[in-house]
Ligand binder design. Sequence first.
Ligand SMILES: [Zn+2]
Length: 360
Amino acid sequence: VPPKVSDAPLPAAPLIGHDALRARLADSADHDRLPAAMLLHGRAGVGKQRLALWLAQRLLCQSETGDRLCRSCQSCKFAAALTHPDLRWVFPRPRLKDADASPADVMRDLAEGAGERLADGLVYAPPAGTEGIYVATIRAIVRQAGITPAMSRRKVFVIGDAERMVSQEGADQAANAFLKLLEEPLPDTTIILTSSEPGALLPTIRSRVVAVRVPALADADVRSWLRHPTVSARLDALGVTGSEDDRIKRAAGAPGTLLAGTHASDAMDAARLLLRADRTTRYRRALKQGAAGARGAFSDTLDALTVLVHERAREAANKGDADAAHAADEGMRAIERAKTYAESNVNPQLITAELLRAIK
Ligand SMILES: [Zn+2]
């Protein structure tokens, strides 16, 4: 199996369902009654961020014909391509290596992440456990909010999985500035948070946003989503099994949940490849791992390596092969070292190269 590289970008899967809610939000937007800071909450995988992006495009559309989401004006085109300068899609990302990353660095990283999600047709797995919304990102949002809109009449921030906002020691200033933004929003700024665990949101944030519940989808809507070519291609690529009826049953109104758990199998594939490769290909793999690490998969790969090398150790012990057992032992120690390095933001390529020297 060749390592996964990104194929040609897929056309974005459509927003489905939520008709009643969409009509309500549209009506509020048209009458200028939309809260400046709102929280879309509902089960994981019901399409909250997709819905927020739809609303953002609607708010940014510059059509003069009265159509509020014309899909043909410059704003609509940029919003659909996720390149609109007044639309910022924020979601959990791996912590940037540079602890003092500038707002521009953060926005570049987020744009890269959004580009990856878009290339996957907006059919993406939930963020890995190691990904978060760190203080540098909060700072970047606050900074961006203070800037005049570049193109449309307003700026829209979509902040997905907002419960992953990390409160960090010594970051009071950024946190307070963000709270102030929610409390006294600028007249040209709309902030849409989404969360499937609103209870895990910082209480100071929860109390400052208007909560809007996003219900589960009807099975008929899930079915039409599953039938979109982008969705079926992505589910197949991610190794999601089962017939259409199976998938609908498992989705239970939240088809995004079908995509959960694919991180673990991706990581296991990557770990197997690393162990299987001969010495030269290993180094090439190590270089590739650097790129994968930038997408937050590195820690997951290390966890998967632990499982695999532990299996080796057990097999060696069963066979009474002392040399192999010793090698596996050394390997386990090297992986634990690598995990420590990974936490301190050492370059994943260096870590992998070092690790592969230690694993026989
Ligand atoms: Zn438009």
